[in-house]
Ligand binder design. Structure first.
Ligand code: ADP
Ligand code: MN
Length: 265
């Protein structure tokens, strides 16, 4: 006799097979150069995640690579309504990936039980970046607005125009360093006070300037204040910030004083 549980199981399996079939068909029909590149770079499960986003209407077209790093690739895409999107895809197969990540994951109460294989870490890293972007946005810290995340694929607001990202501080030193410095100190304070986060990787590489205002990005490593190294990370962030802005001619707040201001109740 075929029982209900068995039937449900078969139904579930069939739905899954149908989904795979539909996705494969979509992959075959949408075969432009970009899609071919996608297929060369990513494993099957990453492709499935991307195509699921397309099926759901979260992503319309993917136009091209913005940056291909060792750990992640950033794509310029558009929503079906034509809004510019940045898609960040962490590489699940890069051996590089695990290096130096566990320190930021294990000490963070949100991610204590993550497994140690590269894929699990890449997934956790994407979820962590998404959650940090959400917390930062709520704390009124300007970051790319998070839109969606699944597995190792993160969709966010595109910072820039027509596929060209806004310049980072590394690429284009600021016209008004004092003003930018002060906004950044305020952002670090809001992260600490309102989001209970320490950025942990403040540098001219991870700050873009758009219309004379700084935007923090690449914040997967940011940790909750409970992290055992949170205060060391904060110290390092302020040192990096001060080092950069001093060279830009800004009047900087000494690190100790800045930290007192950021952390005071
Ligand atoms: P990685 O982890 O490889 O360092 P980043 O998040 O720092 O990746 O992004 C690398 C580059 O991609 C950035 O320097 C920037 O030029 C571009 N980029 C990243 N996020 C966005 C975004 N939301 N909008 C526009 N460009 C972006
Ligand atoms: Mn980066």
């Amino acid at each position: 006799m075929v029982n209900v549980a068995y039937r449900k199981n078969v139904d579930k399996r069939l739905t899954k097979q149908e989904k795979t079939y539909e996705t494969t068909q979509l992959m075959k029909t949408k075969r432009s150069e970009e899609y071919e590149t996608l297929e060369e770079v990513f494993d099957r499960s990453t492709l499935m995640t991307i195509y699921e986003f397309m099926n759901k209407g979260a992503i319309g077209d993917i136009h091209g690579v913005v940056r291909a790093g060792k750990e992640a690739r950033i794509y310029w895409a558009k929503s079906p309504e034509g809004k510019e999107l940045a898609i960040k895809i962490y590489l699940t197969i890069s051996a590089e990936f695990k290096k130096g990540k566990m320190m930021y994951i294990e000490g963070d109460p949100r991610f204590r039980n993550v497994k140690h294989d590269t894929r699990s870490i890449a997934y956790a890293w994407a979820q962590k970046e998404y959650k940090n972007l959400e917390l930062a946005t709520k704390a009124k810290v300007r970051v790319p607005k998070p839109i969606s995340v699944k597995n190792n694929v993160l969709i966010m607001e595109f910072i820039g125009k027509n596929g060209t990202p806004a310049p980072t501080l590394k690429e284009l030193p600021p016209k008004h360093p004092q003003q930018i410095y002060e906004i950044l100190l305020e952002y670090i304070t809001r992260l600490y006070q309102k989001a209970q986060l320490v950025h942990g990787d403040v540098s001219e590489y991870n700050i873009m300037i758009l219309r004379n205002k700084p935007i923090l990005f690449d914040i997967a490593q940011a940790v909750k204040l409970e992290h055992p190294m949170a205060s060391q990370f904060l110290q390092r962030d302020i040192n990096n910030l001060n080092y950069y802005f001093k060279r830009q001619g800004a009047n900087i707040t000494p690190a100790q004083k800045a930290i007192e201001m950021i952390t005071r109740d």
